[in-house]
Design a protein. Structure first.
Length: 353
């Protein structure tokens, strides 16, 4: 998937959050604020992601080398932030060049940034410390006081908080001129954040899947920071999983969410909620889905499909229905397709009994 060549990111332009820098000293950033096309797209997150279980497409958008430093401590936390250029341009708060310039001007950084459409950019390699947290502390980790950068991965989301949360960065009049659609977070951002967190959990067993190890900047520095703020919905982040939630299904050719739900004795809504996906989005062959269920269901075997049919040249739903003694509507429902849609040669259809 191609990503936008512009990197939007990091902490609110006034937020002194440590943001991002990759360990590439040759990043080509023009001093006039323009971002060059010296960007590479990668199918993995981070150089040390070779052992991750699933690929997350990202765009390499490294900051200058001096915006980070070598990491010496074990990664145990993830910190979530928001950023925008709304204080200067309320009608264009997520312009790539403007937000990127914030990092350059303030010497800040974060490891990743997630755009409004869910695009993921890497600003600093995970092997390096990004400057995103500043001074603060977590009561349960007293030795981390003022040193959270050393132990964490910083993730910036392009977003704007509530009026009260943003008044330290802009006037009320400026905030009121922001388009309501630019306030808060998008569904695409939550989906991408969950995918990114999954890879981090895979790579760092010390980052536990809970709210003690995935925190907001406002929890670490409540006197200074308001991000990610009250508009960030923590319930949409997949944390500790029960045994049944650990079941995974790899999507095969011709399968739909409806078919997969029937296969495991659950519902489309349940699968959608567990994976943080839009029920109207396409699923793709090879995609991994968490299959929730009742307690203890994790050891159950999925139901086997009764029979299937591979579409051949010239066949229609009517012809296939007649062949198997069923109806067009039954086949359409079993496969989650529109009975008026065209069939593809080689398409695999579930044939209900």
């Amino acid at each position: 998937m191609q990503k936008k060549a512009f990197f939007l990111f990091a902490l609110g332009w006034v937020l002194l959050l440590g943001c991002t820098v990759n360990n590439n000293p040759h990043t080509n950033n023009d001093l006039d604020g323009t971002i060059t096309n010296d960007i590479q797209q990668s199918s993995h997150v981070g150089d040390n992601a070779s052992n991750q279980k699933r690929d997350v497409p990202i765009t390499d958008a490294t900051l200058p080398y001096q915006n980070s430093k070598t990491r010496t401590e074990k990664v145990t936390h993830v910190m979530i932030h928001f950023i925008s250029n709304a204080g200067v341009k309320p009608n264009d708060p997520y312009n790539a060049k403007d937000v990127y310039r914030i990092f350059l001007d303030y010497g800040l950084s974060a490891h990743y940034m997630i755009g409004r459409d869910g695009e993921i950019y890497q600003l600093v390699d995970e092997s390096r410390v990004a400057f995103h947290s500043g001074k603060g502390n977590l009561p349960e980790f007293p030795t981390y006081q003022n040193k959270m950068n050393e132990y964490s991965i910083g993730i910036e989301l392009l977003a704007v908080g509530t009026r009260d949360e943003m008044l330290s960065m802009m006037s009320g009049k400026t905030y009121d001129s922001i388009n309501p659609s630019d306030i808060g977070y998008t569904d695409a951002q939550y989906r991408s954040l969950n995918l990114l967190l999954e890879t981090i959990f895979d790579r760092y067993p010390s980052v536990l899947r809970n709210r003690k190890h995935v925190v907001g900047h406002d929890e670490y520095a409540p006197e200074r920071k308001t991000d990610p703020g009250s508009l960030f919905d923590w319930s949409r982040i997949r944390f500790k999983q029960t045994n049944d939630e650990k079941r995974m299904h790899v999507v095969e050719q011709g399968e739909s969410l409806w078919f997969i739900a029937q296969k495991y004795g659950t519902t489309v809504d349940t699968i959608v909620a567990a994976n943080g996906i839009d029920p109207n989005d396409y699923i793709w062959v090879g995609q991994e889905l968490i299959i929730p269920g009742k307690e203890g269901a994790g050891t159950e075997q999925p139901k086997e499909r009764s029979q299937s049919h591979v579409v051949e040249q010239g066949e229609s739903l009517w012809f296939i229905a007649q062949k198997y003694g069923t109806t067009i509507d039954a086949i359409a429902a079993a496969n989650g397709i529109d009975p008026n849609d065209y069939l593809l040669v080689g398409q695999e259809l579930v044939i209900p009994e």
